[in-house]
Design a protein. Structure first.
Length: 406
């Protein structure tokens, strides 16, 4: 299937437009990274505490942030979580506010900050655990149980918590909602000792600063190793300049992708790093397709200028590039739109990266070969045999054969 039959687009003639486009986005990303003192690392890399809160109403981010400030939890990051109408908020606390040893204390601070006019002599049923609820029921013993009290009240407490969390999504709006879940005597006891806040904390995650630092280092090394492996492979398979061009292209793609994350304020998590590593392979694959066609055409069009060969090669692979990239883009776009909050960062990186990776394989990678050849010509140096084969190195068996035929 071909979208473009006999395409003859002068891509190299438009190189200055491509360079301007890349410079604008690259510089904008770098400036944003400088202004924000580096990427907006997620909790995986910088350490801290994530608290997932479910409200009984649509939450106000500013009100939640103000409540955190009043409680002394400054610089907390507040963002909506889940789909529309989920009434969920994600509160991201810096590592200075909490630690692994103070996980429960951090949770208590957030509960205290969000509770308004809480009765001093009652517990919050929306934020109590099954163990605390069991202890209360044992103390009150509303059913006047004997030896079976421990087992009976443990099951009752667990049933109430499961109904609150699994059936109602974590928030009770009225204690009467528990009718049919537990005995009326237990229900009356709960009304005496509990009140209901308008929120419930259903999950807390924490990452220590040392773990975050190690993950940053490992993510950086994973990216560097992948670029290094790519350079070695292409230098062996083609020529060193091919490897250099591919690495520059992938660095360009990565820089713009991270820059877009910085410009939009989106955090970079482990899943985003996984997406970036995926994009390195994807962009490299697209680039190799173009390089391989250039190498084949150099053998058939020895009398043509390198710029003409490169243009012809890009045009010949254009349909394949658009078809492959288009189908992949539609897939990741669906993942971005319907994949949910957990996959949002991963799919967003893929959406941006596929667009930039497809563009760069056409507008950045191949023109670098021409620019390098022109640079050698201007310095009166012999041209590099870019169509090398066999060992993949200039001067190898095929390299000498190409020189002889020339």
């Amino acid at each position: 299937m071909e979208f473009f039959k006999n395409a003859n687009i002068d891509f190299l003639g438009k190189k200055w437009y491509f360079i301007a486009f890349s410079l604008i986005f690259s510089v904008a990303g770098v400036v944003s990274l400088i202004v924000h003192h580096g990427p907006n690392w997620g909790i995986d890399f910088r350490g801290g505490t994530l608290v997932y809160v479910k409200f009984s109403h649509t939450p106000d981010d500013n009100a939640v942030r103000a409540a955190m400030d009043r409680a002394g939890l400054h610089n907390a990051r507040i963002q909506s979580y889940g789909g529309a109408g989920s009434n969920e908020e994600l509160i991201d606390l810096p590592v200075q506010e909490t630690s692994e040893q103070a996980l429960d204390q951090g949770k208590i601070k957030i509960i205290s900050a969000l509770q308004r006019n809480a009765p001093p002599d009652k517990q919050d049923l929306n934020n109590t655990s099954s163990l605390s609820l069991k202890a209360y029921l044992l103390k009150k013993d509303a059913l006047h149980l004997g030896t079976d009290a421990q087992q009976k009240y443990a099951a009752t407490a667990q049933a109430i918590v499961d109904y609150r969390d699994k059936t109602l999504g974590g928030v009770l709006s009225s204690i009467d909602q528990l009718r049919g879940v537990t005995d009326p005597a237990v229900l009356a006891s709960l009304q005496d000792g509990f009140f209901l806040s308008d929120f419930g904390i259903y999950q807390v995650e924490i990452v220590g600063p040392q773990v975050g630092s190690q993950l940053r280092k490992q993510a950086f090394l994973a990216t560097v190793y992948s670029l290094g492996g790519m350079l070695v492979y292409l230098a062996f398979r083609f020529e060193l300049i091919y490897g250099v061009a591919a690495v520059i292209t992938v660095f360009h793609d990565t820089l713009i992708t991270i820059g877009v994350f910085s410009l939009t304020g989106k955090p970079i998590s482990l899943t985003v790093i996984a997406a970036i590593l995926t994009l390195i392979g994807y962009s490299n694959n697209d680039t190799i397709v173009v390089f391989d066609r250039i190498r084949e055409n150099l053998k058939l069009m020895r009398r043509e200028k390198l710029a003409d060969v490169v243009n012809r090669s890009i045009n010949q692979t254009l349909s394949r590039t658009i078809l492959t990239a288009g189908l992949t883009f539609l897939t990741v776009l669906a993942l971005f739109l319907f994949g949910g909050e957990v996959l949002h960062g991963f799919s967003f990186a893929l959406v941006i990266g596929i667009l930039i990776g497809t563009y760069s394989s056409i507008a950045i990678a191949a023109p670098i070969l021409v620019a390098y050849q022109d640079w050698r010509s201007n310095r009166n140096k012999p041209p590099v045999i870019i169509a090398g084969g066999g060992t993949g190195r200039t001067g190898g068996p095929v390299g000498r054969r190409e020189k002889a035929k020339a």
